[in-house]
Design a protein around this ligand. Structure first.
Ligand code: ZN
Length: 246
């Protein structure tokens, strides 16, 4: 009888949260490898009032953007892999002009990216998303939120606040357009986030304006979580105002 030796130790790669995917740039055709997080390593520890998540092992936001080193076309991983650009000549022209003028920035794309690298990839992605016709403001606000959270994690408050303002601008655009709204939070969730970011910036009048819109919304009963978060945030403002009077 042949005995099959069972491996007791897990193979190295199963303990490694990062893997390298080979991708092909949809703008210039360059092939390159980019770090990605294995989904089984994404474990959320806690969630803040603006949906910022703290993770157990690895923060997937550090690996959320894929960038081509040759033309710098940058997009969220899911878009980089799937979105074809044949109807987006504006994006192809933009990437090729960067490549031809040799204005491309070269990223290391290793398993431990610096804050600078992550921020710069996000800024490039935002730049490309703003050039899509039509632009999708919900994607752009989501990327600004990544920058808000990265700077919060790094303890750089001024930058966190700066990007909150940009996120508000694009959430307002999302709200006004009323399409491509994330299903999970709906329009009430977008209004709540505009209010909550204003609250975090100390703009209480604007925050209360948006919170009252959430509560008055006829869709609010479909989003009990958003309703609770709005009441909690509004309560924090009332407490803060009381303190200021004392
Ligand atoms: Zn490229």
């Amino acid at each position: 009888m042949i005995k099959i030796k069972k491996e007791k130790e897990q193979p190295y790669e199963e303990k490694d949260p990062i893997w390298f995917k080979e991708v092909t740039c949809k703008v210039c055709g360059a092939k390159h490898k980019t770090p990605r997080v294995k989904p089984s390593f994404i474990k959320v520890k806690s969630v803040d009032s603006d949906f910022h998540k703290t993770y157990e092992f690895v923060n997937p936001i550090l690996y959320a953007i894929t960038t081509c080193n040759e033309c710098n076309y940058s997009a969220r991983n899911e878009d980089y892999d799937k979105v074809t650009l044949e109807y987006h000549k504006e994006i192809i022209d933009l990437g090729l002009s960067i490549k031809n003028a040799k204005k491309n920035v070269i990223f290391k794309n290793d398993r431990n990216p610096s804050l600078d690298e992550v921020v710069n990839k996000h800024l490039l992605a935002i730049f490309f998303y703003k050039n899509f016709k039509p632009e999708n403001p919900n994607i752009i606000s989501g990327l600004y939120m990544h920058l808000v959270w990265l700077y919060r994690d790094a303890g750089i408050v001024e930058k966190e606040k700066e990007y909150m303002k940009y996120a508000i601008e694009y959430y307002i655009k999302t709200y006004e357009r009323g399409t491509q709204i994330p299903e999970k939070i709906g329009i009430p969730g977008i209004m709540y986030l505009i209010g909550e970011l204003n609250r975090r910036l100390g703009n209480y009048t604007d925050a209360v304006y948006w919170f009252s819109k959430v509560i008055k919304s006829d869709m609010i009963d479909n989003y009990p979580n958003i309703k609770n978060l709005t009441h909690e945030a509004w309560e924090k403002i009332n407490e803060e105002k009381k303190k200021m009077k004392e």
